[in-house]
Design a protein around this ligand. Structure first.
Ligand code: ISE
Length: 336
């Protein structure tokens, strides 16, 4: 079987996790090159990988021999440049979210793809590959709880990463609920409001954490999200959909329950790479299969753009305290 040569851009937490996944749980692919501004990190990831080269520069990794597809796991502001380099070479891309941290960059990505005339960018909205999310989507699509009225969401991290700011809480964390809402309901998000209780003492000074976000969809569904990235106790992503004839919840504790010494307990995962491990595997498997045929199959640049527009409105709403409408450009034909 031929193996797809992948250039991995970014050797941080997510990049390292993807490198481990390629070859171990995802077949048909190999890491051909790794780039990270910290060359030692790039070398650490390539150590033990047969024939993989290490670089400090994305362009060099993407141009390395044997590269047929590009997996981008660098910080959001570096995504646009790496996507551009991949598109110049006509290579399929899987780019971690957010595709770009702003709509201007997202529009440029869509323009580049439209110039090529085909879709080569997939965005790493991995919740679409999670078994529980897929089940909820199936139920909603089948009308199993009637017309949806509300989504009640909780997005909690045990502790935020060191570089996290109030903008990251929207662009890196809330962005998942933004995409999940659009995908689950098949509607765009029309307006965002952001409420801020007094921050937890566990958060660093520049981070407003937690936040309560209210999104209104084009069809009038109300979606509330608690985003709390320093909750301390673990990683928790929950969603309850309420419809005219029922409700459905996902993300409830799945661990073994232990009853002992007058108490009932069960472990809570501490991290998203654990909670969504299967979803990451499935996402990568399907992307590798599509990339081997020269294309992509999952959420694309339009989804990345629409999410960026909602996050941009969310950041503005967080600063002003005012309900902020989301403005979208007309959906180009390539994404219909
Ligand atoms: C992280 O980048 C993710 O994508 C996780 O899913 C999210 O829960 C976390 O808040 C982000 O920092």
């Amino acid at each position: 079987m031929s193996t797809l040569g992948i250039a991995l851009i970014g050797a941080g937490k997510m990049g390292t996790d993807h490198a481990r996944r390629i070859g171990r749980t995802v077949g048909g692919a190999r890491v051909a090159a790794v780039a990270d501004p910290d060359g030692d990190r790039a070398k650490e990831v390539t150590a033990g990988l047969d024939g993989a080269s290490a670089h400090t520069d994305a362009a060099a990794a993407i141009a390395a021999p044997g590269v047929q597809a590009v997996l981008i796991a660098s910080p959001g502001p570096a995504h646009e440049e790496a996507i551009g380099l991949a598109l110049e070479r006509g290579l399929p891309v899987l780019c971690e979210k957010p595709m770009t941290p702003d709509t201007a960059g997202a529009l440029r990505v869509m323009e580049a793809e439209q110039r090529l005339g085909r879709r080569l960018v997939q965005v790493g909205f991995m919740r679409r590959y999670d078994a529980e999310y897929e089940e909820l989507k199936g139920l909603l699509d089948a009308g199993g709880i009637g017309r949806p009225l509300f989504l009640h969401c909780r997005h909690r991290n045990a502790v935020s990463l060191p570089f996290f700011t109030s903008d990251s809480l929207i662009n890196d964390s809330l962005v998942h609920e933004v995409d999940a809402t659009r995908w689950l309901l098949g509607e765009e998000i029309a307006a965002v409001s952001v409420f801020s209780p007094p921050p937890t003492s566990a958060a660093p000074p520049e981070l407003h954490d937690p936040r309560f976000v209210l999104m209104e969809t084009s069809g009038g569904v109300l979606v509330d999200v608690e985003v709390f990235v320093n909750c301390g106790f673990g990683y928790e992503v929950r969603c309850e959909a309420v419809g005219e004839s029922g409700s459905a919840s996902i993300g409830e504790p799945r661990a073994m329950t232990v009853r002992r010494a007058g108490a009932r307990s069960g472990a809570i995962p501490q991290d998203f790479t654990v909670r969504f491990a299967d979803a990451y595997d499935r996402q990568l498997r399907r992307w590798v299969a599509a990339a081997a045929r020269g294309g992509v199959a999952g959420p694309g640049a339009w989804d990345g753009y629409a999410a960026a527009a909602v996050c941009e409105a969310g950041i503005a709403a967080g600063r002003s305290g005012v309900r902020t409408p989301v403005e979208l450009v007309e959906r180009p034909a390539l994404y219909r």
